[in-house]
Each structure stands twice: as C-alpha cells, then as structure tokens.
Write a protein that binds this ligand. Structure first.
Ligand code: FA5
Length: 354
C-alpha cells in the first residue's frame, strides 16, 4: 500500500504538470482527491492493514493528499496568471489614444437669431418680456383698436380656441395669438414708464406656403414715455439695421395702415448686395429686385390703444414695431432659402449649415 501511495503521489505530480487548463486541474482534483477519488478508495483499504502499519500509512496518505492539493493550487495560480496576461495582451486599451468625438449639435437657427436680436436691443435699454401665446380677444384685437367684427381682423386669420369665454369685462374668447402685439396691451396696463419692451413669442395664423408657416416667431418692440416721436423710431431702426445686417445698412419707412398705430409704416432695410440701388453690374439685383428688403410693420402707438390701457395720450406717446424672425433670418446675406417651411422640417443637412 505504501508503494501504491507513492505511485499515486507521482501520478498526481505528472498529471498536474501536464494540465493545460483550469478545467484539467478540476478533473485531476476529482479523479485523485475527491470523495470518490483514488486516494479515498485506497484509504478504505486501511481497515485491512495491521494496527502498527495503520498510523504510518494514514500519515502517508495524508501527506499525499496535502502534496496533491498544494500542487493543484500552485498550478492553478500559474494558469490563472497566464490567462490574465493573455487577456491583458489581447484586450488591451490604449487610454492615451485620441477618442472618437461624438457628433455635436448646436442651437437651431431660430434660437440663434432670437438671442442675437435680444442682445442688440438689450444694448439700448430694452428688456425682454414674455406674455401669453394663447390670450384673450381683448389683448390680441380689441384693445388694439380692432373691435369685434372689424374687417382688419381678417388679415390675421386667427385660430380661436374652443374654450370658455372670459367672464371678466370685455375679455372675450381665447385665441392663439396671431401677432406679438398683445404684449403691448399687457405692458401698458402695468403703467410703469418708460416702457422699453422687447417681446419675442410664437404666433399662429391659418397660412401655409413658401413664405408663410402656421407657427412663426415675431419680435415686438414698444417704447412709451413722455415726448417719444418718430425720430426715436427712425434712430432705433437704423441702429438695428447696422447691428444686425452690418455697417452701411440703413432703414426706410413707407406709409402703411395698422389699426393700432397712427401713423403706420412698413419698414424696409437697404439691400447689402446692391447697396439699395436695385442693380448689380447693370442687372436687376437677384436678392431684393428693387434695392430694399421688406421686414414688417411699425408706427406710433394709436391714442385709442393708450386709452384702452388707461394711459393718457396727452401725457405719453410711443412707437411700436413687430417683425417676423423667420423672414429676418432669411434676409441675412448668404441664406439662400426659397421656402421658409424648411426651417421646421428638422432636416439636419439643412440646419447644420447655420
Ligand atoms: C403684424 O403682425 C403687426 N402686429 C406688426 C406691427 C406691430 C405693426 C407693431 C405695427 C406696430 P404683419 O401681419 O405684417 O404685422 O406681420 C409682421 C411680420 O410677421 C411680417 O412682415 C412677416 O415677417 C411675419 N409673418 C407674418 N405672417 C407670417 C407667417 N405666416 N409666416 C412667417 N412669417 C410671418
């Protein structure tokens, strides 16, 4: 039995040395040292051995077991280290390698334009306001000198809300604001002067074609104080022309009609391509066709509007303007857009150029 035990020790040594994987080692463990392994089987034979030999053989068997366990553990360590070094080699990450930059988005051209406009007006003391984009008829029309049924309302083809009518005096139905001029009324009702309001908001009209979207943005300026006159309006328009379009650009006003301003004007800006001449190398200017680009309306606040807000028109006067931001952005040189609806089609190929 002693020889058998020595032979087993040798066998285990050889097998462990030859083991190539951790699984091989597990098998060796089970085969020789496990509960049903060869060593256990041999130990059963101890019952047939003489009483003197039994402790000696028992001790030897125990040594064989300890040696076997030690060899297996050592080889397991070795194989583990080999495995880790293979992984370290094949799955190595070079943390100093430059990364792959994820695609970077940017602000929509409308947001960029809104920020630019805000910055320009803040420099001359205007402050940005926010008033409802769903408002009462009173603010969108009536206080702006457009009584119910007045034909001037038709120009704004408004979406009326299917919502309860206000029980406050004169407020009427709710509408999706067709312009930002409702803000004039809210601001005047505060009775805090001077007013230098810049209101930027979404507007809604029942219009869709190459130059109209059903939702668009306007920015509305309102300056009301004592002794405000048309020259102040002209100064602000020229200032804006230079700041937004660049040096050398000027504005002009043409007579127009709005119910809430008197006198009222259309505002144009000189074309930067033909320098307000309408001609480039003797040919008609392709950008403006007549030297000027139309932007939107302006005028001196109508006395009826001031009165509707409880402001004395003999004491206070002011000017207002309201322009479309989509059109303004498209008027910048280099923006060749023949259909403004593309602004809202979320086509990244188009939007990323701005
Ligand atoms: C008005 O909305 C007046 N409230 C402007 C005003 C304010 C005049 C203060 C006097 C004093 P108008 O309807 O012309 O005016 O619109 C002004 C600008 O909004 C237009 O010149 C255009 O640039 C823009 N606009 C109007 N409708 C649309 C639309 N459907 N899509 C895109 N832009 C539009």
């Amino acid at each position: 039995m002693k020889d058998q035990l020595e032979a087993l020790r040798l066998q285990i040594q050889q097998d462990v040395k030859a083991a190539k994987t951790l699984e091989d080692l597990d098998q060796i463990d089970v085969k020789y040292l496990g509960r049903k392994g060869e060593l256990t089987a041999m130990l059963k034979g101890l019952a047939n051995v003489s009483a003197e030999e039994r402790p000696v053989l028992g001790q030897l068997a125990n040594q064989v077991k300890q040696t076997g366990l030690g060899l297996i553990a050592a080889r397991r360590d070795e194989l583990n280290r080999e495995k880790i070094s293979v992984i370290a080699e094949t799955e190595r990450v070079d943390v100093t390698e430059p990364g792959i930059r994820p695609p970077e988005g940017h602000l929509h051209v409308m947001t960029q334009t809104i920020r630019e406009i805000t910055g320009i007006f803040e420099k001359i003391g205007f402050y940005r306001t926010r008033y409802p984009e769903v408002d009462w008829d009173w603010y969108a029309f009536e206080a702006l000198n457009m009584p119910p049924e007045h034909p001037a309302r038709d120009d704004w083809e408004t979406f009326f809300m299917d919502a309860p009518v206000s029980d406050k005096k004169k407020q009427g139905k709710m509408v999706l604001t067709p312009h930002t001029s409702n803000a004039q009324i809210h601001e005047l009702e505060r009775h805090e002067f001077p007013i230098r309001m810049l209101n930027i908001a979404k507007c809604y009209r029942r219009q869709v074609d190459a130059t109209h979207t059903p939702m668009f943005h306007q920015f509305e300026g309102l300056y009301v104080d004592k002794d405000v006159n048309i020259t102040h309006l002209r100064g602000v328009l020229d200032y804006f022309a230079k700041e937004f379009f660049g040096p050398g650009r000027v504005s002009r006003i043409r007579p127009h009609h709005f119910r809430f301003t008197e006198p009222s004007f259309e505002v144009d800006f000189s074309c930067g391509v033909c320098n307000a001449t309408g001609k480039v190398n003797g040919q008609k200017c392709k950008v403006c066709k007549r030297g000027w680009l139309e932007l939107g309306g302006a005028g001196m606040v109508h006395p009826n509007v001031l009165k509707a807000c409880g402001v004395d028109p003999k004491k206070y006067s002011g000017f207002a303007f309201g322009w479309g931001i989509e059109r303004l952005a498209m008027m910048k040189e280099g923006t060749q857009v023949d259909d403004i609806r593309i602004l809202y089609q979320n086509d990244v190929r188009f939007l990323k150029q701005f």
